[in-house]
Ligand binder design. Sequence first.
Ligand SMILES: NC(=O)c1ccc[n+]([C@@H]2O[C@H](COP(=O)([O-])OP(=O)(O)OC[C@H]3O[C@@H](n4cnc5c(N)ncnc54)[C@H](O)[C@@H]3O)[C@@H](O)[C@H]2O)c1
Length: 437
Amino acid sequence: MKQLHKQSASARKDEEMPASDTPPYSPKSLKNPRSLPRSLNYILKEQRLLFVLIGIVIGATFFILQPSLSSSDGRGVISIANRESIDGLGHRGQTDFGRHGYGKYTNGVGRVPVGIGNRRKRIVVTGGAGFVGSHLVDKLIARGDDVIVIDNFFTGRKENVVHLFGNPRFELIRHDVVEPILLEVDQIYHLACPASPVHYKHNPVKTIKTNVMGTLNMLGLAKRIGARFLLTSTSEVYGDPLEHPQKETYWGHVNPIGVRSCYDEGKRVAETLTMDYHRGDGVEVRIARIFNTYGPRMCLDDGRVVSNFVAQAIRKQPMTVYGDGKQTRSFQYVSDLVYGLIALMEGEHIGPFNLGNPGEFTMLELAEVVKETIDPSATVEFKPNTADDPHKRKPDISKAKELLNWEPKISLKEGLPRMVDDFRNRILNEDEGRGSR
Ligand SMILES: NC(=O)c1ccc[n+]([C@@H]2O[C@H](COP(=O)([O-])OP(=O)(O)OC[C@H]3O[C@@H](n4cnc5c(N)ncnc54)[C@H](O)[C@@H]3O)[C@@H](O)[C@H]2O)c1
């Protein structure tokens, strides 16, 4: 109080100073020496200094702790990924999305607002209502991402994704990829294209349009929004191969004017477009060359050999073998493929990568496995072979093993029974449907 009183007294003294005593001009700099002790006084009084120091300590503590807080977020993401990578199918640790950038990947684009770098991804899957697409969508949703499926239902079915309809992280858009579409996403899995010979030969011009214009549209979208783009190409780009097994470096042996060209050449153009958008426009791209894949949700009568044999054996019809049945194929279970696609999308390498099971079977050997699995009394019926049917097909997957740390785990004998239950149910429902008409 005494001090306060003194201060106000001295202030009054200043006010009482006669005007004539004031110098005519007082430069601003002269004020400082007088105001410095006053501001120091101000800080020292009423424990203000103490409050300032406490503030500094709180601020410093926050900045020191911040890195460890964010690293604990990162650990959370990795643990989700690890949980995902154990699925009872022997895929433990195969897709360590955390390690491969699941948590850190922001696509190299400056669009992700500061502070939400670790948010879940928005992903488009074209052809997501089809066989492979629907399994991929299941995996992405289970991983915690938001997924938009684009499909025109040419060969896809709503039944393949109906179990996701109530899920707020799932959206379905009926759309033909031949027409442009505008969406904001981080990744595009481009699968839309009929994949079985019966379907793609049904309307070859539409098939090549889907491959060329559909891929152009999706690459254009990827460029515009800075999304990463993955093309599902095919082993058909190798045509009737003169190299066996096929490596990614092999350029293929394809008939450009045959009945399968709409698909084979269509996918080759799609690969070219993908690489040109990458080289010319800096789009982040990935290319998978998929070999024969089978599993639940395949179309029942799509002419692909595994689904044909399985459906025929269940219906007690002879299994149709085209040609002498000595042509070979390799058969990959769908969950193996899905793991491969995700590892490719999340990894650092563009590809192309062969994704297939290197186990090689003749058509007659496959028929034997189907017989063992479904009906030992099943028979085989031979028919003339179709045009341009490749004689041999077997992937060399050493590149995917080395760079994606991926290889298939499910053998044909393990995988086949898993699709048989699904086929049996659908065939039964089909028969019941017919019976009730
Ligand atoms: N399954 C295999 O063995 C295999 C082998 C090699 C390559 N692939 C490739 O994998 C992808 C998926 O194959 P799948 O076996 O799931 O085939 P699928 O026929 O079951 O699925 C294709 C999906 O694409 C949709 N689609 C087709 N044209 C479209 C268009 N213009 N616009 C929008 N959607 C369209 C279909 O309705 C369907 O849902 C295809 O690109 C195929 O070429 C598959």
